[in-house]
Structures are given as C-alpha cells and as structure tokens.
Design a protein around this ligand. Sequence first.
Ligand code: GLN
Length: 192
Amino acid sequence: SLNAGVIAVQGDVSEHADAIRQAATAHGETADVTEIRQSGIVPDCDLLCMPGGESTAISRLLQSEEIAPEIQVHVEAGKPVLATCAGLIVAAADAGDDRVENLGLLDVTVERNAFGRQKDSFEAPLSVTGLSEPFPSVFIRAPLISEVGDAEVLAEWDGRPVAVRDGPVVGTSFHPELTPDSRIHGLAFFGD
Ligand code: GLN
C-alpha cells in the first residue's frame, strides 16, 4: 500500500483523500492517506497533495510547522506532488505576494486571484495532455499562471496555461478533487 499525504494545515482535504484512493484503485494499488498538520510525516510519504484554500494561510503554517523543507526534500527525491489552486500558488517559484513564501517546486510564476476576472468561479471541460477525454475543471478564484519556465504545459484554458508539470510535480489552477473524476490524480501519481 502507498503512503499518501494530504497537506491539511488549511484548505480542502477530504476530497483529495477520496481522489487519491480512487486513483490508486484505478491503477491496481491501495493508498493509506494521512492528513499532514505537523512535521515528521512527509518523510514517510510516497506521494503528496497540496490542496486549495487560502495560500497565505497555508504558506504561513507550512513555514511555522517546519513542513515546507520536508516537501522540498520529497520533491528533490523525485517523489510526486499534486498541487492545486492555493497549493499551486505555494508550490510555484513566484506568486508576487510577500505573504506567500514560495517553495519553488514548479518553475512557474503565478498571480493570485487573477484568473477569470468576470466570474470568480466557473467550470470548463479541458483537454489535458495524457488524458484521452476532456477533464471537467472547477475554477474557484483561481491563480493565473503568468510565466512558464522549465515546465511542461499540460492544459490551457482561453489560451492560458492552467495545468503544468515540472518533473515529479503537477500543478493545476483548477480543483480536480471537486469532481468525481480522479484522472488528474492518476496522471500526477501514476503517470497516466
Ligand atoms: N484565491 C486563493 C488564494 O489566492 C486560492 C483559491 C483556491 O484555492 N480555491 O489563496
């Protein structure tokens, strides 16, 4: 069984746990999911989710609980991470916001709350590299990926990148855990 961790200092956690278990089953695996609120757990995890929520709060708690450096070590070891929405903001190289200490797990620049200016939240079917059918994507005050460095764009909406991969790390502007479709988790953790 795989040890899966969901960063749970703040944000939507149980939906990611369900999606991880579902993706594992679809790949003939099982996953034990642990909610992470303190240091010392990430080193035992095979894979990690960094959920959406409020990126400034998540960032502050990852630093004060000393979880942030453990996530960096996890990625340096080549183990997978799926970072969604606020998780993407924290995982990025730069979010242009002093209250967010970026972990630099993904070579992208993001802008908080800059996506979908007319409507704060919307849903759109997306074609995603590696998935044969469009993925139903929920955007909630989503970050804009404004610059992509050494990372692969997996999906675009309205001509803008909304899913990226940088080595073992996949980041999405949208919330793949909010639809009963675990294919993005499968892509991030099992490669297909
Ligand atoms: N707007 C949030 C932030 O900037 C992210 C939104 C989300 O995770 N749904 O932290």
